[in-house]
Design a protein around this ligand. Structure first.
Ligand code: UD1
Ligand code: CA
Length: 452
């Protein structure tokens, strides 16, 4: 018995007040539908189909990397009609699981339990008890037995008092699903084909409806507007923060952390407020990340200190290194053990050797910098001639005086010293002092120009 998932995503999402299809709005840096897709894959689904309508081209373009089949629902005639655009493509004996592109936080564990309950032609239905069930389809029972789902708009006053509601998520053998769907009509207040009508059909066929509930009600919350989306974002972030705390990572404030991807961190690492982690970020043990840092797809080894407001992307930082405050570490950077990149330093596609320092106000691009090098304040590697990029090599033990321009391609030799304010256009010898300044002179009695 294989699993086949149908993700409903044809809704227009007018309440988002957006040109973008609703399911492309992002939660934790990923479109809502991508969370549902990833969960489907985590369940080991053999087939995933997305039912789309509104904004189809944009949806397909942004979800190119999904391994799914696309099913068009050109007119929104209800959830049963939506499912029918995809369910005939499923082998009869596979289990069909219906998910929603705008219900992003559903957990794989919850769905595993739901799918486990499918046997024969019974329907496995996910329900939840809500303090305020307004708007939802109500689960109508006779004794313990589920007999129907009645939509809020079709419900009597008595049915409206029922707090157990339909989440919309269900699993059933595909062959039987298709048999039921062919019998669903649209004789209801909204004139729609309701997926929920298959419950009463199954009951009249003598099949059982088995219910399970999620651990948390946020798992089944749908998003209709930006307020609901931001609420789920905070819930999701809070969960990530709690997991980090449990795993031994200190957070200055779990309410002020944003992880948009995967953050792994070793014990005793500390993250101050308002940091954003994007993509895959790995922190070793005892890494200290200051307030307001943005770190994307990077690895930072043990005992590093990342001072406030640093931006780091696609970089590798070895142990005991210090970065910031206000540093920009760009893609292709490798900072080796015990090195320093200080305030207002931009470093790109550069290897900075062990114990080397660029402490203030520099641009280092396309460079290979050895160990024990000191880069003075205001040093600039002129790596670009307007058409091509060139490399700067600085060998071990070199000292680059402040306000030096290194016009690439250029090599500075081992233990060389470059005098402050030099413009270096030719290779610099090992062990020597090189400078390109004109000698200082004074002109006595010189007058500044005066305003006419
Ligand atoms: C549906 C359920 C209701 C349940 C609620 C949970 C039905 C008839 N009702 O009601 O019992 O309590 O969800 O949130 O199923 N969609 C399509 N094509 C359509 C219609 C809907 O793709 O033609 C998609 C929507 O994009 C949305 C989802 O299906 O993601 C639910 O549709 P919606 O119209 O919001 O159903 P509800 O009235 O909320
Ligand atoms: Ca809805």
């Amino acid at each position: 018995m294989s699993l086949s998932v149908i993700i409903l995503a044809a809704g227009a999402g007018t309440r988002m007040r957006s040109l973008k299809p609703k399911v492309l709005h992002e939660l934790a840096g990923l479109p809502m539908v991508e969370h549902v897709y990833n969960t489907s894959r985590a369940l080991g689904a053999k087939q995933v189909q997305v039912v789309y309508g509104h904004g189809g081209d944009l949806l397909k373009e942004q979800c190119q990397h999904f391994n799914v089949e696309w099913a068009l629902q050109d007119k929104q005639s209800g959830t049963a009609h939506a499912v029918q655009q995809a369910s005939p493509n499923i082998s009869d004996d596979d289990v069909a699981l219906i998910l929603y592109g705008d219900v992003p936080l559903i957990k794989a564990e919850t769905l595993d339990a739901l799918v486990e309950n499918v046997s024969g032609n019974n329907i496995s239905l996910l329900t939840v008890n809500l303090d305020d069930p307004t708007g939802y389809g109500r689960i109508v029972r006779e004794g313990k037995k589920v007999v129907a789902i009645v939509e809020h708009k079709d419900a009597s006053a008595e049915v409206k008092t029922i707090q157990e509601v339909n989440t919309g998520i269900l699993a059933v053998r595909a062959g039987y699903l298709n048999e039921c769907l062919s019998k669903v009509g649209n004789n209801n207040v909204q004139g729609e084909y309701y997926l929920t009508d298959i419950i009463a059909l199954a009951v009249s066929d003598g099949n059982e409806v088995v219910t399970t509930q999620p651990e948390h009600s946020f798992e089944v919350e749908g998003v209709n507007d930006r307020k609901q989306l931001s609420r789920l974002e905070r819930i999701h972030q809070r969960e990530i923060a709690e997991k980090l705390l449990t795993d031994g990572i200190a957070l200055a404030d779990p309410e002020r952390l944003d992880v948009r991807g995967e953050l792994n961190a070793g014990n005793d690492s500390y993250i101050d407020i308002n940091c954003v982690f994007i993509g895959e970020v790995n922190l070793g043990t005892n890494v200290n990340v200051g307030a307001g840092c943005v770190i994307k797809n990077s690895t930072i080894a043990c005992d590093c200190i990342i001072k406030p407001y640093s931006v780091i992307e696609d970089a590798v930082i070895d142990k005991k290194t210090e970065v910031g405050p206000f540093a920009r570490v760009r893609p292709g950077t490798h900072l080796k053990e015990n090195s320093r990149v200080g305030n207002f330093v931009e470093i790109k596609n550069t290897e900075l050797g062990e114990n080397s320092k660029a402490s203030h106000l520099s641009y280092l691009g396309d460079s290979e910098i050895g160990k024990d090098v000191n880069i003075g304040a205001g040093t600039i590697t002129c790596n670009y001639d307007g058409a091509n990029k060139f490399k700067t090599i600085i060998k071990d033990g070199a000292f680059i005086g402040s306000d030096t321009q290194l016009v690439a391609p250029v090599t500075v030799g081992k233990n060389a010293t470059v005098g402050a304010g030099s413009t270096i256009t030719k290779d610099v010898e090992d062990e020597a002092l090189t400078l390109s300044r004109s000698p200082q002179k004074s002109i006595k009695g010189w007058q500044r120009p005066k305003k006419k």
